[in-house]
Design a protein around this ligand. Structure first.
Ligand SMILES: Cc1cc2nc3c(=O)[nH]c(=O)nc-3n(C[C@H](O)[C@H](O)[C@H](O)COP(=O)(O)OP(=O)(O)OC[C@H]3O[C@@H](n4cnc5c(N)ncnc54)[C@H](O)[C@@H]3O)c2cc1C
Length: 453
């Protein structure tokens, strides 16, 4: 009998687990209550990047003067933006659904929960239920925005990230609460589209988890755009008045604007899955998993945001693949586990920010000896051709062996360029390998080779 592999949640984690398991010969069922592709495609990652791309087009047009063109006029059409985002989502949903069905995955539209250790209950929208026997269960139900009790979310003036693609109207003055990755992306997006923006920053630096030098470039850009920063302030209340919202902070300051947007993290979708009675251990709602993404019940795995590891689509996808391979016996011997420390990540601001592996600041705080080399894009012919010399490439390597340990890039196309350093970190390449690569000229990637010299 084929291995019965049941997945609850059809985001990047669930889809990859399902297609990989099907390719390996399992009989796969995938239950999704909303849209195949998950929140990643419908609500978070893809629509936010589509909005940022529109903001980026506006910024490029504003830069056009420096390229010898007269500034064209910018006229935002929110209906067209909405249609464009919906079009991207439809195409992605169709392509993922096509891939799943072509692999023979059985797709069920409705809600899944565990009945007992080897049975998943499916319930469709009309209330019909089916008990599905399972040899392996993958929980990949994702997460949703955290809403504190002091925030009167109404989807009109007080928004979560999921109300913002695009919001009902372009905010005249948006107050963004939270200066992590999501917060700064929204600051960039709306200020590029023409909104006035105030950012509430709970610490003394935006992107508190990032290299201070990297964060400083972004802060400089925000200030140049007229973004107001409330540093060292925590929001603790929002009052909605006639045409105005006021965000009250714990230091007594009040930020006033037309709209407020909360970017203060997410919470896992683990309630209602029937986990606790089965002995699946949770930590603050996240499923506790081992290095193979197995929960405390060995044939029940968790992947993606629900696993409480790195909340990134790319990580979710890789976890899904590793789970299928593990459950179907591909990793019977020793194998390479997922190393979250080597995951590349990017922030889609302008300039873009990307990093991978060991950061200079972390090496310093750990007292670890490293070699750090940095090349500014102002020395790059391609950056000058594009009239955009902002930012730099930084490579962190082992001074004894030359092995590349990490790197950061701030600048145009940083999210693409970081792939080269990510490959070096994953494959254990040395700086000499990067420096000797014969690259295209002129290209921004030349700065990587220079930083590796
Ligand atoms: C604003 C924003 C921007 C982001 N941008 C990026 C980015 O640029 N790059 C990046 O890598 N990551 C990004 N992320 C993170 C990324 O979106 C998540 O890490 C990713 O969606 C996690 O995938 P997942 O498979 O765990 O869950 P999801 O994509 O959340 O999918 C989970 C699915 O499970 C379904 N589900 C839930 N409960 C049930 C149930 N009981 N039965 C059936 N179905 C159920 C849901 O409907 C959903 O479709 C962003 C996040 C946010 C909030």
């Amino acid at each position: 009998m084929a291995h019965r592999f049941v997945v609850i949640g059809g985001g990047p984690a669930g889809n990859e687990a399902a297609t990989t398991a099907a390719r390996l010969g399992a009989e796969v069922t995938l239950i999704e209550r909303d849209v195949i592709g998950g929140a990643a495609h419908l609500l978070d990652c893809i629509p936010s990047k589509a909005m940022i791309a529109t903001g980026g087009a506006v910024s490029e047009m504003k830069r056009a003067e420096g390229m010898g063109l007269r500034e064209p006029s910018i006229d935002l059409d929110f209906d067209a933006i909405r249609t464009r985002i919906a079009g991207i989502e439809d195409r992605l949903e169709a392509s993922v659904t096509g891939l799943l069905t072509s692999q023979g995955v059985r797709l069920l539209h409705g809600t899944g929960r565990m009945l007992d250790a080897h049975t998943v209950e499916f319930e469709s929208a009309d209330g019909t239920t089916e008990a599905i026997p399972a040899d392996t269960v993958v929980l990949s139900t994702g997460s949703r925005p955290r809403i504190p009790d002091w925030a009167p979310i109404d989807g009109q003036r007080v928004l979560t990230t999921r109300d913002a693609y695009p919001p009902p109207e372009l905010p005249e003055h948006l107050i963004v609460v939270g200066s992590g990755v999501t917060g700064v992306e929204f600051v960039h997006m709306f200020s590029a589209l023409g909104s006035k923006v105030t950012l509430i920053v709970s610490r003394q630096q935006v992107l508190p988890q990032k290299d201070p030098e990297v964060a400083a470039v972004l802060e400089e850009d925000f200030i140049a755009r007229g973004v107001k920063l409330f540093k060292g302030a925590r929001a603790e209340g929002i009052d909605v008045g006639d045409g105005e919202v006021a965000v009250r902070c714990d230091d007594g300051r009040v930020a006033r604007g037309s709209h407020a947007l909360l970017c203060i993290g997410s919470i896992p979708n683990s309630e209602g899955l029937g986990l606790e009675p089965l002995g699946v251990e949770l930590d603050h709602g996240y499923v506790v998993v081992d290095h193979n993404c197995r929960s405390t019940v060995p044939h029940v795995y968790a992947a993606g945001d629900l696993s409480g590891k790195l909340p990134l689509s790319s990580v979710a996808t890789m976890q899904g693949r590793k789970i299928a391979e593990h459950a179907l016996g591909l990793h019977a011997g020793p194998h390479r586990h997922l190393d979250y420390d080597k995951a590349a990540s990017a922030i889609f601001t302008d300039p873009e920010i990307a990093d991978v592996g060991l950061a200079e600041a972390d090496a310093f705080s750990e007292g670890r000896k490293v070699r750090v080399t940095k090349v500014p894009f102002s020395a790059s012919a391609k950056a000058l051709i594009h009239d955009d010399p902002r930012g730099f490439v930084k490579i962190v390597s082992d001074p004894a062996t030359g092995v590349v340990l990490g790197g950061s890039i701030v600048g145009r196309h940083a999210a693409e360029l970081i792939s080269v350093i990510a490959l070096a970190v994953t494959a254990g390449l040395k700086v000499g390998d990067l420096a000797e690569c014969l690259l295209v000229h002129p290209a921004l990637a030349e700065a990587l080779a220079q930083a590796a010299e």
